[in-house]
Design a protein around this ligand. Sequence first.
Ligand SMILES: [Zn+2]
Length: 177
Amino acid sequence: MPMKCLKEVDMSSKKLLLDEYQRKYYDVEIQYQMVGTVEKRIYVDEMAQFVDTYYDTDYLDKMGIVSEEVGEDEFHNNNQMFAEMVAPDRVEEEELHADMEVTDIFVAGSSEGSERDGEEIWECVICNNYFSGFGNNPDPIKDDGDCCDACNTNQVIPARMSELFEEQQRNFTENMS
Ligand SMILES: [Zn+2]
């Protein structure tokens, strides 16, 4: 057994007895559908500068807007279409979140879990005992989940070592042929 420093933070998994009281919970995922309304003022006397900077004549042609008429000091179709085209691009992030209205709520699903003293409890995917604290990656013994320290030491690490050894053997044989 290696000596343990007294102040060492305990990063290992703790084995739990299942008859001890556990708080059970459901983590429920809720999705909100929202509508946000923003009013954006576009000044006619500022339009001409946008035509050069952000939107070129070819693009406006494609949108059916006569670029020479954009920014004329009048109310007409081309100015209105241009205003409606540039306004969404000029909305700031803060303006967007200011006035949100929830239109629908879905519950996407839920997952079960349990905790004791505020700590999550998980099952070792190899020995099926219950633990709290930090688990270990069980690859290559299992594809997902966590395994306990004992299984990590006794099964996972030896399996990785032998995989590594086999790979070295393969490379060695390939190099010889
Ligand atoms: Zn285990």
